[in-house]
Design a protein. Structure first.
Length: 247
């Protein structure tokens, strides 16, 4: 398979001769840290390994604990491919594939909060804790007209702030937020979602030959069942494989 990929495409994808893949451990739906080896597990890690195998070059994982930090590292030239949610702010500097997974953004509130639905969050005096630079923080900053988004570097730190400072709402990826609510009985998960998050692969802008190959790879991985099997192996059955995207 690697022989079928022209050398100039491999060069566009991995100028250093190895594929540097940014992994965000802050999104536990997509990536989990192996407790023994520390290596990435989950759908992001599996896709990175398969793509490096197709290219016939070594793989180097570059790991982070928040999506915002992945985006910041782009400016320092630290990675060649990344696994991030599609967002207009990021798309100014990143060429994205079509989404491979759809996950949901959800709210947690104190157990005795009067807020019962996601629509009730956008009110004056409401403070929403979120991870800085995450897809949901970028979305909420654009869409909330009355509530105030308050950030911390990572999702776990945002949840800690929510509890410590007695904020009205915490926002995040649904599965980790549901787990947080289970672990903190003084809180509860608001039913439904405030956004559907399209998770995709991406690479720095300006590598056009490479991004075409990356987009084709993602579509093949969805169609073949690779993404679905990777989600199942990592216990993320609630995440949904994204539908096909025209290339």
């Amino acid at each position: 398979m690697a022989d079928a990929i022209p050398p100039h495409v491999v060069q566009a994808l991995a100028p250093t001769g190895q594929l540097r893949a940014a992994i965000n451990f802050g999104n536990t739906v997509l990536a989990q840290r192996d407790p023994v080896t520390g290596e990435p597990r989950g759908v992001s890690g599996e896709l990175a390994r398969e793509f490096a195998k197709r290219l016939g070059i070594p793989l180097q994982f570059v790991t982070f604990d928040a999506a915002g930090k992945v985006f910041e590292a782009l400016k320092r030239g630290e990675w060649d491919i990344a696994f991030l949610a599609i967002d207009p702010v990021r798309a100014a500097e990143i060429d994205f594939t079509g989404p491979y997974v759809l996950i949901e953004g959800a709210y947690v509130v104190p157990k005795d909060s009067p807020i019962q639905t996601t629509d009730e969050v956008d009110r004056d005096g409401i403070r929403v804790a979120a991870a800085k630079g995450s897809a949901y923080e970028l979305h909420l900053t654009r869409t909330l007209k009355h509530a105030k988004v308050v950030t911390q570097p990572t999702g776990s730190e945002a949840c800690e702030m929510f509890l410590r400072d007695k904020l009205e709402v915490a926002a995040g990826v649904k599965q980790p937020m549901a787990k947080f609510a289970e672990e903190h009985p003084e809180t509860r998960l608001i039913p439904g979602r405030f956004m559907a998050i399209e998770q995709a692969m991406g690479m720095p802008k300006g590598r056009d030959a490479g991004v075409r190959a990356l987009r084709a790879f993602v579509e093949e991985m969805k169609a073949s069942g690779f993404v679905a099997r990777a989600l199942e192996r990592s216990g993320q059955n609630e995440a949904v494989v994204a539908p096909p995207t025209p290339i």
